[in-house]
Write a protein that binds this ligand. Sequence first.
Ligand SMILES: [Cu+2]
Length: 128
Amino acid sequence: MTLSLSLRTPLRWLAACGLSLATLALASNAFAHATPTSRDPAPNAEVAAPSAVTIHFSEPLEPAFSKIALVDASGKPAASAASQVDAQDKKTMQLELQPLAAGRYTVQWTAVAEDGHRTKGTYAFTVK
Ligand SMILES: [Cu+2]
């Protein structure tokens, strides 16, 4: 009984320690996730036909895995080009647009930071 207790207690401490280390690692990784710092058009904005959707991110992006898509109110793709990550700052992603018809549009973005972590989001704007 005494033996098993003395063996198990250090194991429990190890397990607890490993858990808090994992929590710490997760918390510090969260700072490296790419999140939007500005979006143009802005969420819920009413705009004249914009020439592009531009999103600035908090972290540099992996261009191969990061993208912006735009769909119209019926869910159909509304952009003919593919989005681009700015080659210099790598934190700006842009989707160039043909003139859009009036209506509501949804931006769907996926951002993969240089640490490999993926973030994604959607928001809508309206073309007058
Ligand atoms: Cu991360």
